[in-house]
Ligand binder design. Structure first.
Ligand code: BGC
Length: 822
């Protein structure tokens, strides 16, 4: 073994370090450290000890710094951050996360996610920043600057057009270039150019038929070539599908291990001449340059900063602040809110969500906090002992986990368990391996069922019986990842080609019923398949008592929404909330005329029929560990709500532009983005569709006036600065985020108006503030599909300013000369 190099010489000279590495060492740096097929997730990458190059530690974000179950501060969901529409909040959120990283020695944070909200169905909307490319980009850039100000590398993800979770490994998003440039790539562009994101993660799926992890157009041409990205491109977990093509693209690192970028495969690729040694060097140099940029090649550097506590009161304060700023008061009729502490004596708090900690959506971002506050705890804290709180969970929203592990089955010949046939391949053919499985509760991760010997995809069929003891309804639960589940009961379909969590309730006669369940794996990832049943009565907790309390209360708060099992990564969710929760709201509304619905959601839900029957509705999103305090303060009038919807809330799913082209209706694993550039509010404006709530909707306890819009003549670089005043015309202190749009006459179809920026003011009653916003030339340009460049057409542009996409009281004109932008 050679002598260790004096590492100091490499600190500022990554090229020298590159030259000191052997080929095998370079290859080792192409993949993460996870041991193949281990079920645990791993987030480290190798160092090379011989040359004093340290390994790097990754952690998941974006709502807390953690690797799976490690505890950390849990912040509100990113959709709540987006609802602040305030870049300063995003910067503070990012800085606090950066500190949390330094407290535990993390180098690279896998955040933020900037995939756009095309449909409320996407299971990961809560992790992203809403439907608008500019809003997402503006906030992502600030969040990244915050993280990186603490010496931690941010990773903007998932590049690109990963806007659904349904079949996310296999779906191709088919999107034309103009739509990509103006809409889906735009937040990434801002994250890279304005935020300086040090890392970028490619998406699971395919873009226009090619896996994003091997898509040179994305990673070489656009990212590095046009945007000047000089950082590290890493794959999403198990999303690399080739060796040669991936090596020849801009991807630098395969995570969580080198499935395709491993020594044997890379040596073979080099030997074939299809990949050059220089291309390999580029990838290694990207990592070394990143390490030099953050000082990680300095042998004295310690990423773990012992002065920062991992349970950090400063981070907890930021989490609470974001929740205070981002919760959205959707409706407030009959002066239902605020319900000031002295004015109410008895509050009925209904719903399981109020009594448990529903902090985050599910999946890799799920963050376990050191401590958390339920809505019931928060209300008790805010209202104090003088107010009586009657707590009733009423119904359980999801009992899947308990049901999967406890369901009893019998084989066709009466023995405990299910008769299983496992097939190599995903088509239920060939000679199966047989087994008896006690229950159907498989969380296999990267591993295979014991009966499957080969490494390919598999399929399986289970047959057996269930015993129903008494009538009154039976709940059937299922959940899958990376495959489809079909279930039949007494020969009738129960679940058909389903994936993700689902529940169905059936009335069944007591006795034995035959079940047949089929699972077909569709990709290799983190496979799971689960099925179970229980009497429906188990989900009813104390509905009658809850309604009695509601009838006697001065105020009724009904908490409802999704939980981490039903809204989260790897599956899409329904537009409808759980019917039992909707029923709970309606039943409460029948006995009380002062109902506040507290919603735990990552995006819009169906509001018919319940919204018209209640007086107020507050979006808590996923509030993080202490965000329920913000909700209690808003309900009690101690905090004035200021959040605004970062997406358009449709009356019905069909109203959204993407609704006809969001799902893979014909099963060809391609989704054509036929709605083009008309994402979200742009579609509603274009067709004059009245949304339930517009983009930017959010009520306050005070009122604001918008006044005096004026625009400076365009500066030499083509940017335009506008100024306007906001005045607090009501009785309470309040924060208002103004929304700025641009409308243009054009030779090509353009949105009626495009959102370009937001600006925030906090004002005491009677106070006025002048806000100034500079719009860069790009704010006026569109991507010309034939010229393949950004074009500003000569003519008149209208600037519109106001509180929401539907209320833009200030307007002024600006005349621009035509030009193209590089
Ligand atoms: C997610 C990424 C995440 C990674 C590591 C993947 O399933 O898509 O967002 O960072 O896992 O946990």
């Amino acid at each position: 073994m050679s002598q260790p190099h004096p590492t100091q010489i490499f600190m500022s000279n990554p090229k020298l370090l590159l030259a000191a590495l052997t080929l095998d060492e370079k290859i080792k740096l192409l993949g993460g450290t996870m041991v193949r097929s281990s079920q645990a997730r791993d987030g480290d990458v190798f160092g090379i000890e011989r040359v004093g190059m340290p390994p790097l530690k990754f952690a998941d974000g974006p709502v807390g710094v953690h690797w799976w179950t490690q505890a950390s501060t849990c912040y509100p969901a990113l959709i709540c951050l987006a609802a602040t529409m305030d870049a300063e909040q995003a910067r503070a959120y990012g800085s606090a996360l950066g500190d949390d990283c330094r407290a535990v020695g993390i180098h690279v944070l896998l955040a933020p996610g900037v995939n756009l909200y095309r449909s409320p169905l996407c299971g990961r909307n809560f992790e992203y920043l809403g439907e608008d490319p500019e809003l997402s980009g503006q906030l992502a850039a600030a969040y990244i600057r915050g993280i990186q100000s603490r010496g931690v590398a941010a990773t903007v993800k998932h590049f690109a057009a990963n806007n659904q979770e349904y079949d996310r490994h296999g779906i191709s998003s088919d999107v034309d270039e103009r739509t990509l440039r103006e809409v889906y790539l735009r937040p990434f562009e801002r994250a890279v150019k304005e935020g300086g994101s040090a890392c970028l993660m490619t998406a699971y799926g395919l873009l226009n038929g090619q896996h994003c992890s091997e898509n040179s157009w994305l990673t070489d041409q656009i990212l590095r070539g046009e945007w000047g990205f000089d950082g590290w491109v890493i794959s999403d977990w198990t999303s690399v599908h080739s060796t040669v093509q991936t090596l020849n693209s801009g991807l630098d690192l395969e995570m969580p291990w080198g499935r395709f970028l491993n020594p044997a495969a890379v040596h073979a690729a080099l030997a074939s001449g299809l990949v050059s040694a220089a291309k390999l060097d580029e990838k290694i140099l990207n990592r070394l340059q990143l390490m030099a940029r953050f000082g990680w090649l300095n042998p004295q550097h310690r990423q773990l900063d012992p002065a920062i506590p991992s349970q950090n009161p400063a981070s907890e304060a930021v989490a609470l602040d974001v929740a205070r700023r981002g919760m959205v008061l959707l409706k407030n009729d009959s002066a239902c809110l605020p319900a000031r502490p002295g004015s109410v004596r008895r509050i009925a708090v209904l719903g399981h969500h109020a009594q448990t900690s529903v902090l985050c959506g599910g999946g890799s971002s799920y963050t376990r906090p050191y401590s958390s506050v339920t809505l019931a705890d928060a209300l008790a804290q805010v209202y104090g002992p003088e107010v009586q709180l009657d707590l009733h969970a009423c119904v359980a929203p999801w009992r899947g986990e308990a049901v999967f592990s406890a369901s009893a089955f019998f084989t066709p010949d009466g023995q405990p368990g299910l008769a299983a046939r496992y097939f190599e391949g995903d088509r239920f053919d060939g000679a199966p391996a047989t087994a008896t499985d006690d229950r159907l509760d498989f969380l296999l991760g990267e591993s295979r069922p014991p009966a499957i010997k080969g490494g390919a995809l598999f399929s399986a069929i289970w047959n057996g019986e269930i015993v129903i003891e008494e009538g009154g309804g039976t709940d059937f639960y299922m959940d899958t990842e990376d495959g489809y589940l079909d279930a039949c009961l007494d020969g009738e379909p129960l679940f058909t080609s389903h994936r993700g969590p689902c529940r169905r309730t059936l009335e069944l006669a007591p006795g034995r019923h035959a079940v047949e369940i089929r699972f077909r794996q569709t990709q290799k990832g983190y496979v799971k398949f689960r099925f179970g049943y229980e009497p429906a009565i188990n989900a009813r907790i104390d509905c009658e008592a809850g309604l009695t309390a509601a009838a006697q209360a001065d105020l009724v708060i009904v908490a409802a929404g999704f939980v981490s099992q039903t809204e989260g990564e790897s599956h899409d969710r329904d537009f409808e909330m759980d019917a039992r929760l909707v029923r709970m709201i309606e039943d409460a509304a029948a006995v009380s005329s002062r109902i506040v619905v507290a919603l735990y959601i990552g995006g819009a839900v169906q509001t018919v029929p319940w919204l018209d029957k209640v007086q107020a509705a507050l979006c808590l999103w996923y509030p993080g560990q202490n965000g329920t305090l913000a909700a209690a303060e808003i309900i009690a009038g101690l905090t004035n709500p200021s959040g605004k919807l970062p997406f358009t809330w449709e009356k019905q799913l069909e109203d959204r532009g993407a609704s006809a082209c969001y799902q893979d209706a014909d099963g060809d694993r391609r989704v054509s983005y036929d709605d083009g550039i008309f994402i979200g509010h742009r579609h509603f404006d274009r067709h004059g569709i009245e949304p339930r709530f517009p983009f930017g909707h959010g009520l306050s306890y005070t009122t604001f006036a918008y006044e005096n819009l004026r625009i400076d003549s365009p500066a030499a670089d083509g940017s335009a600065t506008l100024r306007f005043d906001i005045r607090n015309t009501g009785k309470f202190n309040g924060t208002e985020s103004a929304m700025i749009f641009v409308a243009a006459e054009s030779s090509v179809p353009r949105p009626v108006r495009e959102f370009k920026a937001s600006a925030t003011a906090t004002l005491a009653p009677g106070e006025r503030q002048t806000l100034a916003v500079t719009l860069p030339p790009r704010a006026f340009a569109f991507w010309h599909p034939d010229k393949k460049m950004w074009v500003i057409e000569p003519g008149e542009y209208t600037i519109l300013v106001g509180p929401s996409a539907k209320e833009l009281p200030l307007q002024a004109k600006l005349t621009l000369r035509g030009r193209t932008l590089s």
